[in-house]
Every structure is written in structure tokens, then in C-alpha cells.
Design a protein around this ligand. Structure first.
Ligand SMILES: Nc1ncnc2c1ncn2[C@@H]1O[C@H](COP(=O)(O)OP(=O)(O)O)[C@@H](O)[C@H]1O
Ligand SMILES: N[C@@H](CCOP(=O)(O)O)C(=O)O
Length: 300
């Protein structure tokens, strides 16, 4: 079978709403072969996901076939899902980029990153998860009409991400509904200043600036009410020595940057969630510089 490996991502990083994204070394694998009808088998995360054409991977595959004007060949897809679904870790981006890549390979049609992103954006209208899922690494993206302008920056190798993943789903769609369509000039300026500071602190390894840089006024204050214990989790992670703590994507996971104390930070974050009656687990992850990879798989 054809194997497609797509990384999870954490986006926004607090102050970089809809712009910053980091690919992580946690990957969904999609094994694909031509079949008589569409069939999806799921292993690992996302037991509840659709097994037919309503599965987002298949929707993205069909969308790409339509855009390329090729007749879609039905597929058997085995999803080996490691990325928790609807938790702010870009699982939907893995399915979208995976499905588009399947179309490219199965039909022997090569597409540029820009073409793939344009198709992907019709299914998820913000580029900050899609770009790192495709190209890997630390990516800053913006949308200009339907074109994604992006660049990849080196991410410091000594920073790991400790991510607390609570046991409930929050769809990005729902978490965007609580955002304000109009924001004040001071809030907008506050985020521009801090996003710039975050890039500078990472590039210059001025890690003492990250705690201030990560603060955000555009999305976290509104989303916090959807996540029991949000501020408690932040506080506990800082007490254990985290450099910066922020909502991962649209949540409900909470991620932190740190160079040490990974296990104690993770345990403290989980305990803080549990004190609010929410069970949770934690993951210690690195940034993955590799985006989507295609390989020959002998599994099925
Ligand atoms: N591995 C997957 N395969 C197919 N569809 C998926 C997969 N992961 C997520 N999805 C779809 O994406 C939805 C979650 O997307 P979203 O709310 O953006 O959260 P996330 O932060 O996980 O990307 C799921 O409810 C499901 O419809
Ligand atoms: N910038 C988006 C990112 C959503 O990421 P996800 O991993 O939660 O899908 C947002 O904040 O809405």
C-alpha cells in the first residue's frame, strides 16, 4: 500500500493567531490502495470518525480529484491515527493534506505546495495548521486572497513542547464562534507587538522574553471559558518552569515551551485539569522539520 505520513501541529502559539504553526513529531499515517468502493479503517485515535465518503480524508481526496479534473478512483484507506481529534493539534489538517496527497500519487499528477494549499483551504479556511502539516517545521503563514504566503524559520532545538490533552473534544468551528469580529486597536497592537517579540526571542534565544511574548488578547480570553481550568493549567506549568504556555490551536489542549522539567510540567498541567474535574494526559513532543512524507508500506 501507499503510505502517507502527516505531522500534527500546534498553531497560534498564543500571540500569533491564524499565523504561527509548528509541525510536531506525532504523526498520522494513512495507508491507501485502489479498491472497488470507498472504505476507511481506523486504528488508534478517532474511533468515531466516518468510514465512508464523509470522512475528511476522503472529502479532501475527492475535492483534489475534482480540481485536477480526474475521475476519482475509489480507495481503501487504513488510518493509523496518533493525533487526538478535535483537541487543537491539527488532526483535521493531517486528514486534509493526506487526502490531497493521495490524489496526487494515485492519479500520478504532481501538484505544487501552493496548489495543494489552495485545495486544502476550501476545507479549512486558515493556513496555520495546513502549512506545517505540508512542509514541516516552524511556519509563519498568511492568506492573501486565495494564496498562502509562508516562510519557515529554524526553531530552537533545545525547546520541547509539553502538551496537556484533556479528555474532551472541542471543534475548531465551535471555538471560532466565540471570537469577536471587531477588536480594539489596543488589543490588535498588543498582539502585533507580542508576535514580533516572540519571533525575536526564538531567533535570538532570549527565552526570558517568551512569557510576555506569548500573551494574547484576540482569542485565548474568549476561548478560556470553553476550557475548564485554563488559567490554572497555565499557572501550574509556569510554576514548574515552563517558558511560555498557550492554548494549542483552538484548544482544548494547552501547550508549553520548555527546555527542562518536561515530566513535572506535564504532570502539573494534568493535575490542574483534574482539579477542575477534567481527566487529561500529557505528551512531550519535539518540532518536526519534516512535513508530509510518502512511502511504500507493506502493512495493511
Ligand atoms: N484522522 C482523521 N481522519 C478523518 N477526519 C478527521 C481526522 N482527524 C480529524 N478529522 C475531522 O476533523 C474534525 C476535527 O477538526 P478540528 O475541529 O479542526 O480539530 P483539530 O484540532 O483536531 O484539527 C473531526 O471531528 C473530524 O471530522
Ligand atoms: N488558527 C486556528 C487554528 C485551529 O487549529 P486546530 O488544531 O484547533 O484545528 C484557530 O485558532 O481557530
Amino acid at each position: 500500500m501507499l503510505g502517507i505520513s502527516v505531522p500534527a501541529s500546534t498553531s497560534n502559539l498564543g500571540c500569533g493567531f491564524d499565523a504561527f504553526g509548528l509541525a510536531l513529531n506525532l504523526r498520522n499515517e494513512f495507508l491507501v490502495e485502489e479498491w472497488e468502493s470507498f472504505r476507511v479503517y481506523i486504528e488508534g485515535e478517532g474511533e468515531h470518525l466516518p468510514r465512508d465518503e464523509n470522512n475528511l480524508f476522503i472529502k479532501a481526496y475527492l475535492k483534489a480529484c475534482q480540481r485536477l479534473r480526474v475521475e476519482a478512483k475509489p480507495l481503501k484507506v487504513v488510518q493509523k491515527n496518533r493525533v487526538p481529534t478535535a483537541r487543537g493539534l491539527g488532526s483535521s489538517a493531517t486528514a486534509i493534506i493526506g487526502g490531497i496527497t493521495a490524489c496526487e500519487i494515485i492519479h500520478g499528477k504532481s501538484m505544487s505546495h501552493q496548489e495543494k494549499l489552495r485545495i486544502a483551504l476550501s476545507l479549512e479556511p486558515h493556513p496555520d495548521n495546513l502549512t506545517p502539516a505540508l512542509v514541516g517545521g516552524f511556519v509563519i503563514s498568511l492568506l492573501d486572497e486565495d494564496k498562502v504566503i509562508y516562510t519557515k524559520l529554524d526553531f530552537p532545538e533545545d525547546i520541547k513542547l509539553v502538551v496537556a490533552v484533556p479528555d474532551f473534544e472541542l471543534s475548531t468551528h465551535e471555538a471560532r464562534k466565540v471570537l469577536k469580529q471587531m477588536v480594539s486597536l489596543s488589543d490588535a497592537v498588543g498582539n502585533v507587538q507580542r508576535a514580533s517579540l516572540m519571533i525575536a526571542s526564538l531567533c535570538q534565544k532570549r527565552y526570558e522574553l517568551l512569557k510576555e511574548a506569548v500573551k494574547d488578547r484576540l482569542h485565548q480570553p474568549h476561548r478560556a471559558k470553553l476550557i475548564p481550568g485554563f488559567y490554572r493549567v497555565l499557572e501550574r506549568a509556569y510554576e514548574e518552569g515552563a517558558l511560555a504556555v498557550f492554548l494549542s490551536g483552538a484548544g482544548p489542549s494547552i501547550a508549553s515551551f520548555s527546555t527542562e522539567n518536561f515530566e513535572s510540567i506535564g504532570k502539573a498541567m494534568v493535575k490542574a485539569f483534574e482539579e477542575e474535574g477534567v481527566s487529561a494526559r500529557y505528551l512531550v513532543l519535539d518540532v518536526s522539520n519534516e512535513g508530509t512524507k510518502v512511502y511504500q508500506s507493506f502493512d495493511s
